[in-house]
Design a protein around this ligand. Structure first.
Ligand code: ZN
Length: 303
């Protein structure tokens, strides 16, 4: 909701505040930053952050930025839980494909996505407040704005169908892809809608924009063998075994080489390469599964 609407709703009790505010506004920007309204020092928290007009001051901006930081910390913790649920789900799929316990971990993972979305909504609202202050728009009722705006967006999210929430959600796609990859390495899986029942609110044009799962390949494009110390180019997101790409780069004493992935013309340099622990972990799991499969097949042959 724009701040102007908030102003219109402000009651008489705010007139005094507005007068104080306009007096403060006579000062230059620099003066306002030098003599900030003391907020954090007076024990301001999100709960006491109410009914006072807030103008752009360094403590206010720092306070809001601090809240955004807290939300981001919580997202990291939620993601840790989601990673555990995903790891458990892939182990179950490995031991017993389509086992009913998979459903339980999927629910857990989805609820992680929902909680993460709630935190992202809070961050969006806080960042919009931060932005308004930076543009010298005073916030008449910051807590009211924060509460109303987060509630409105959360309600909107809760009203979505499963498909609307998860069909194109990158975390959900990763989850489904990880499970698919357990038994179908290198092949594209079904679209996520295969796992998300259609609800009445889902339009009939839904099928047309289905997103197919693109499974990862666990082989380096240079060595054609499973990745060893996988690194990923920050520009094109293609990955290579570290020694392989580094030897191409330094053998010719070149600063950059064309990405070895066919069809990719990105100039790869050593500084663009980042270790990809997640890809390496998946590759190791893939190598282990493949070895186990071969051992089983060898046993079957003996029988
Ligand atoms: Zn590339």
């Amino acid at each position: 909701m724009p701040v102007a609407t908030q102003n219109a709703q402000a009651g008489p009790s705010r007139h005094r505040n507005r007068q104080e505010l306009s007096q403060q506004q006579d000062g230059s920007d620099d003066e306002r930053l030098q003599k900030p309204q003391v907020l954090a020092e007076e024990g301001w928290t999100i709960e006491t952050f109410t009914d006072l007009p807030v103008v752009k001051t360094l403590p206010t901006l720092a306070f809001i930025a601090g809240l955004v930081g807290k939300c981001k910390e919580l997202i990291t913790r939620i993601e840790e839980g989601m990673e555990k649920a995903m790891a458990a789900a892939t182990l179950i799929e490995e031991a017993s494909p389509d086992h009913e316990m998979l459903e339980q971990f999927e629910k857990e993972f989805r609820s992680g996505i929902e909680r993460k979305q709630q935190m992202l909504i809070k961050i969006q609202v806080l960042e919009s407040m931060h932005m308004q202050l930076r543009q010298n728009q005073d916030l008449d009722n910051p807590m009211g704005f924060y509460k109303q705006e987060t509630a409105r967006r959360e309600q909107e999210y809760r009203g979505k169908t499963l498909r609307q929430k998860f069909k194109e959600d990158q975390d959900y796609i990763n989850f489904r892809t990880a499970i698919w990859e357990v038994n179908h390495e290198g092949t594209a899986g079904p679209p996520t809608t295969a796992y998300l029942p259609r609800e009445d609110e889902d339009g009939s044009d839904d099928e047309e924009i289905e997103v197919g799962m693109q499974t990862q390949n666990f082989r380096c494009p240079i060595t054609l063998r499973p990745y060893v110390n996988a690194v990923t180019c920050v520009d094109c997101k293609h990955s290579y075994s570290k020694d392989a790409i580094m030897s191409i780069l330094s053998n010719g004493r070149k600063r950059s080489v064309k990405c070895p992935f066919s069809g990719c013309n990105t100039a790869v340099t050593a500084t663009k390469l980042q270790p990809d622990k997640e890809l390496q972990r998946k590759t190791d799991a893939f190598v282990r599964r493949q070895a186990e499969r071969e051992a089983r097949e060898a046993e079957d042959d003996e029988d």
